[in-house]
Design a protein around this ligand. Structure first.
Ligand code: HEM
Length: 412
């Protein structure tokens, strides 16, 4: 059944405590295993955060994104006769960032294209999207027997072997008392430290398989989404040079001669932040989410849906609803000024979804977007390529069928 909900208040489905419903093909890749609130870190361990404890805002082990465009590589992309396709370069940059930030793993994948793990992760993303697009592949047996299924399993094995090795090495390291002491002093242990030290009330830790599943989930949810976000922001900046220039001036004023951002800088670039939010409105990296209703729901107009229904919410359309957004197709960052946002319903703008199963990495992601945009716009000007307009492709994440093409030149 297809039902159109026009009232933002009706989007209370987000608050439904029902199961998160995923595309069946997605389920296999990102197993639904969670360190829930009942699994709290060892009391001796000096952190207050649990993965889903919602205190992650301040205490997240990955609160500091370590994203930065590889200087030499991005310099070499400047002043090309042909426009460059951004998505692939940005994906490697965000993968590099999540590996460093969450697992303290120096991947160098922006330049080291030969890294087998990175290639496997890349292959898995591609094959997952292909599986979703190809209807017969929704059947497990057909996919299993197909050449793509074979490639998928091989890539899974490589990725799992690598994750298992990283986990094993860290486990061995944590066995020595000296290292454990040091970890206790660490203000921000990384995500892997937290998973390995997590214990339930009975003192039981996570199984190896659970830890690996969490690591895999973070790896995927944490890089493809931000790659989509950053690529579309650059596209918007290329389309709107006046806003791009305002951002650049703001960034240069804050950074001066510095080539990196301090924690405090993130709150000093409000115009850039508004542009990022406006881009996430027009091009939400996750274009839709789904829920299985745990209980019946009645909407404002009296229509209702029974428990057990799977409801898909189209974030892309919600963000372009003309009843909420004046001239919805127009890129206008001022929509996100404090005055203009004050009266908007909290569920009218949901790039990170809402409710109990919203995006766990949203603060990290917003910071990552700010850092990436600030560092790039400080050094480069992004120009549009009108001959290759992007053809939007809503998959698990919002991509472009023909890539996102822009020209880069060094900013004066
Ligand atoms: C611009 C970047 C991002 C966007 C737009 C985004 C958006 C989303 C959305 C819409 C969901 C689905 C929530 C739902 O179904 O209601 C989600 C889930 C999730 N995100 Fe993000 N995300 C981003 C970046 C990240 C990053 C950087 C991480 C990790 C560091 C991350 C980790 C997760 C995880 C683990 C989930 C699953 C949560 C659960 O099932 O409980 N995300 N994200």
């Amino acid at each position: 059944m297809l039902t159109r909900l026009k009232n933002a208040k009706d989007i209370s489905i987000f608050e439904s405590v029902g199961q998160k419903s995923r595309n069946p093909t997605h389920k296999g890749l990102l197993r639904e295993s969670r360190v829930g609130p009942e699994m709290s870190p060892n009391s001796e361990f000096p952190i207050t955060v649990t993965y889903r404890g919602h205190s992650e805002v301040e205490e997240s082990p990955i609160r500091q994104p370590r994203i930065s465009p590889d200087q030499d590589k991005w310099d070499s992309l400047c002043n090309k006769k042909e426009s460059i396709e951004l998505f692939e370069h940005v994906s490697l940059m965000t993968l590099d960032s999540i590996m460093k930030s969450a697992f303290s793993y120096e991947s160098n994948c922006q330049t080291d294209n030969d890294n087998t793990y990175i290639r496997a992760v890349y292959e898995l993303s591609l094959l997952t999207n292909m599986r979703i697009r190809t209807f017969p592949y929704h059947n497990n047996l057909i996919f299993h027997l197909s050449p793509h299924g074979f490639r998928f399993r091989r890539a899974c094995r490589i990725a799992h072997l690598h994750t298992a090795r990283v986990i094993d090495e860290r486990k061995k390291l944590l066995q020595t008392e000296e290292v454990m002491e040091k970890l206790k002093q660490k203000r921000h242990p990384d995500f892997l430290d937290i998973l390995l030290c997590a214990k339930d009330e009975k003192g039981q830790g996570l199984s190896d398989e659970d830890i690996r599943a969490e690591v895999d989930t973070f790896m995927f949810e944490g890089h493809d989404t931000t790659a989509s976000g950053i690529s579309w922001i650059f596209y918007c900046m290329a389309q709107h040079p006046e806003h791009q220039q305002k951002c650049r001036e703001e960034i240069r004023e804050v950074l001066g001669k510095r080539d990196s951002l301090e924690w405090e800088d993130l709150s000093k670039i409000p115009y850039t932040t508004m542009c990022i939010k406006e881009s996430l409105r027009l091009y939400p990296p996750v274009p839709s989410v789904a829920r299985e209703l745990a209980k019946p729901i009645t909407f404002h107009d009296g229509r209702c849906l029974p428990a057990g229904c799977i409801v898909s919410l189209n974030i892309y359309c919600m963000h372009r609803n003309p009843k909420v957004w004046k001239d919805p197709e127009v890129f206008d960052p001022h929509r996100f000024s404090a005055e203009n946002s004050a009266d908007r319903h909290s569920h009218a703008y949901v790039p990170f979804s809402a409710g109990p199963r919203n995006c766990i990495g949203q603060n990290f992601a917003m910071n990552e977007l700010k850092v990436a945009v600030a560092l790039a716009l400080k050094r480069f000007v992004v120009l549009p390529d009108p001959s290759k307009p992007p053809l939007k492709l809503p998959q698990l994440i919002l991509r472009s069928k023909n890539g996102i093409h822009v020209y880069l030149k060094k900013a004066s």
